[in-house]
Ligand binder design. Structure first.
Ligand code: NAI
Length: 254
């Protein structure tokens, strides 16, 4: 059996290009910082242009190779432009983190088709469009890693969150199908299912959200999710594809 090279810790992503959606703030900004600190050139994408530019400027000041790009994940044209930028900047795309997401609360029987469609457009169709746009460039570089940010609420239900749960459950299923179709190209596709994470997304939550059901008794810090993303982005996970990695402080162990 051929010996596998041991990835050098600290620079596991050296020479790689990564595109991260929803990277202006929250988990995406943390993923941008982590992947860049492991050596990647990062295209940090979002629709919040001011916040995204400020995040990229902060990371550049820290010596990291991060560029901000406007990308609405529901727009095939935006995807084409972003992948073109990767092509002109480095000629490659090794890592795609489909992190952008939205949430709203509505009881099942009051759910409006418009809100349902918007949620699925961003959380599920967005990653599909991203994979479709990214794969040709990834393939030409010999492979890559796609990481879809789903949720514990893609695995179990949550009252009031019918569209969100459906969108994330579909993303987990999309992940497995994409992994099967893209393995031949050396492209691994995995999902991450975070539990509660302290970000602007859950500022609206009353009574601590999922904290009472979380054995570790708190929400995750964004960096605790970024560690899992960096692992899936790197060759340390070279035999992992088509799976969902649960990062939830024990929430789903019940
Ligand atoms: P966040 O709200 O801070 O970040 C989401 C980012 O996505 C924002 O910067 C937003 O502008 C961007 N975004 C929204 N619509 C977009 C679009 N159409 N195109 C491009 N960007 C768009 O929230 P957070 O927590 O950082 O969310 C990151 C991911 O983690 C989401 O997919 C979310 O569903 C997921 N997640 C969050 C959890 C939490 O407790 N915060 C738990 C489990 C999963």
């Amino acid at each position: 059996m051929n010996a596998l090279p041991i990835p050098s810790a600290g620079a596991r992503l050296s020479g790689r290009t990564a595109l991260i959606t929803g990277a202006a703030r929250g988990q995406g900004a943390s993923h941008a910082e982590r992947l860049a600190s492991e050596g990647a050139r990062v295209l940090a994408c979002d629709v919040l242009d001011d916040e995204g530019k400020a995040t990229a400027a902060r990371l550049q000041e820290a010596g990291l190779d991060v560029e901000y790009l406007h990308l609405d994940v529901t727009s095939p044209d935006d995807w084409a432009r972003a992948v073109d930028r990767a092509r002109t900047a480095t000629g490659r795309l090794d890592v795609l983190v489909n992190n952008a997401g939205i949430i709203h609360v509505n009881p099942l029987l009051d759910e409006r088709t418009e809100d349902w469609n918007t949620t699925l457009a961003v959380n599920t169709t967005g990653p599909l469009l991203g994979i479709q746009a990214a794969v040709p460039l990834m393939r030409s570089g010999g492979g890559g890693s796609v990481i879809n940010v789903a949720s514990i609420f893609g695995v179990v239900g949550a009252p009031g969150y019918v569209a969100y749960c459906a969108s994330k459950g579909a993303l987990v299923a999309l992940t497995k199908t994409a992994a099967l179709e893209l393995a031949v190209d050396g492209i691994r596709v995995n999902a991450i299912c975070p539990g509660g994470v302290s970000t602007p997304m859950n500022e609206h939550e009353k009574e601590g959200g999922v904290i009472p059901q979380t054995p570790l008794g708190r929400r995750a810090h964004v960096r605790e999710i970024s560690g899992a993303v960096a692992f899936l982005a790197s060759d340390d996970s070279s035999f992992i594809t088509g799976t969902e990695m649960i990062v939830d402080g024990g929430f789903l162990a019940h």
